[in-house]
Ligand binder design. Structure first.
Ligand SMILES: Cc1ncc(COP(=O)(O)O)c(C=O)c1O
Length: 359
């Protein structure tokens, strides 16, 4: 039997919640949407949460709400899902990339020098939080806004506080493979500032001041009620699921050699369990060896964003510009991690990884 890399959980309560919302609530901006937002804000320890229809949209609207305009600069790590950088381009702003640390794939704050950007988007890659102390210091010194890309970090904790509660705005994705989903695409933006939250709401809801009066250029970017209803149930399970993820990650760490392990911080939400092999050849060999046994793996992400065709074409980026990101993308491999993965499966996967690296 195949071992998938990720697997969303759908249970009877989620199905019933979806059906109930469909039959009894307004399909758009129904009661479940507001209940989900309240529960999410409480969970992350922020005052407000505003839902939207994807993580990408959350990142885009967060920048608009914080005053990012055409021609402004916004920074982010060179290695992330393309949505991080695209959200900057969508607003007509210019992405400034920073290289990552090979220890964990997160933005390397030791190498970050302010390039005049209005906002920085740290990405908590694989559910592992960035150095939020260094980021707070960076914000203070350079007067930049922080937009956390917490698309992979629902429930991750840094020094007792949850992901999404550090930045001016925290952005989450509920895409189906994430630590929690809404049964399809969806996103959430968290904030402590009331004005910011109001702006975010307006931006998601056609720029409405009143029903047919529009005073900002808004979008139709709301989360559907049926998805919010599923999200409420998923959020209730998140702590238990993250505990299971942390348990599975500990089992991986116990059974794999230290030199291929990333440095995951305590409190990591383990969206993935990712290892770093010696080089691309060994990584590809390991992936092929595991696949032969029916074990699925993934590479997040095989091409750093600056080397994606659209960024190469627009800005003339070439290989060698962000060397750590480029090397890292060739060496990483994510192993199966989902709620319900069995100890025997983890043991088998580790055995196969060990075989591959000792070949
Ligand atoms: C780091 C990161 N940022 C942004 C996104 C975009 O989220 P979405 O797919 O919901 O638009 C994702 C995931 O898809 C992601 O992994």
């Amino acid at each position: 039997m195949k071992i998938p890399i990720m697997m969303p959980v759908v249970d009877e309560e989620m199905k019933a919640a979806a059906l109930n919302a469909l039959q009894n609530e307004k399909m758009v901006l129904g009661e479940s949407v507001f209940r989900f937002e309240e529960a999410f804000a409480e969970y992350t320890g922020t005052k407000y949460a505003v839902s939207t229809n994807s993580g990408t949209m959350a990142l885009m609207l967060a920048q608009i709400a914080l005053g990012v305009k055409k021609g402004d600069k916004v920074s982010c790590p060179a290695l992330s899902f393309i949505a991080t950088a695209n959200s900057i381009l969508h607003n007509g702003a210019e992405p400034v990339f920073f290289d990552i640390s090979s220890r964990d794939g997160n933005i390397d704050m030791a190498k970050v020098k302010h390039k005049g950007e209005k906002a920085i988007i740290p990405v908590h890659l694989y559910g592992n939080m960035c150095d939020m102390d260094a980021l707070a210091e960076y914000k203070r010194k350079n007067n930049v806004a922080i937009i956390e890309d917490a698309a992979e970090a629902h429930g991750a904790i840094y020094k007792g506080k949850k992901a999404g509660s550090f930045g001016d705005i925290g952005c989450f994705s509920f895409y189906s493979t994430k630590n929690m989903t809404v049964g399809g695409d969806g996103g959430m933006m968290t904030a402590d500032n009331e004005e910011t939250a109001k702006k975010l709401r307006k931006l998601t809801d056609c720029g409405r001041k009143t029903k047919y009066e529009h005073d900002v250029l808004g979008y139709t970017a709301r989360l559907n009620t049926i998805n919010a209803a599923i999200g409420i149930v998923q959020l209730k399970r998140l702590e238990e699921w993250n505990k299971a993820r942390r348990g599975a990650a500990a089992a991986y760490s116990k059974n794999l050699p230290k030199e291929i392990q990333l440095q995951y911080k305590e409190g990591c939400a383990y969206y993935t369990y990712t290892i770093r092999l010696k080089d691309e050849k060994q990584r590809d060999m390991a992936a092929a060896h595991l696949e032969k046994e029916g074990i699925m793996t993934g590479v997040y992400f095989p091409i750093p964003m600056h080397l994606q065709p659209i960024y190469r074409e627009r800005y003339g980026y070439k290989e060698g510009r962000y060397p750590v990101s480029e090397k890292f993308s060739k060496e990483i491999l994510s192993l199966p991690l989902f709620v319900g993965i069995k100890d025997e499966q983890i043991k088998l996967i580790c055995e196969k990884v060990n075989e591959a690296i000792n070949q």
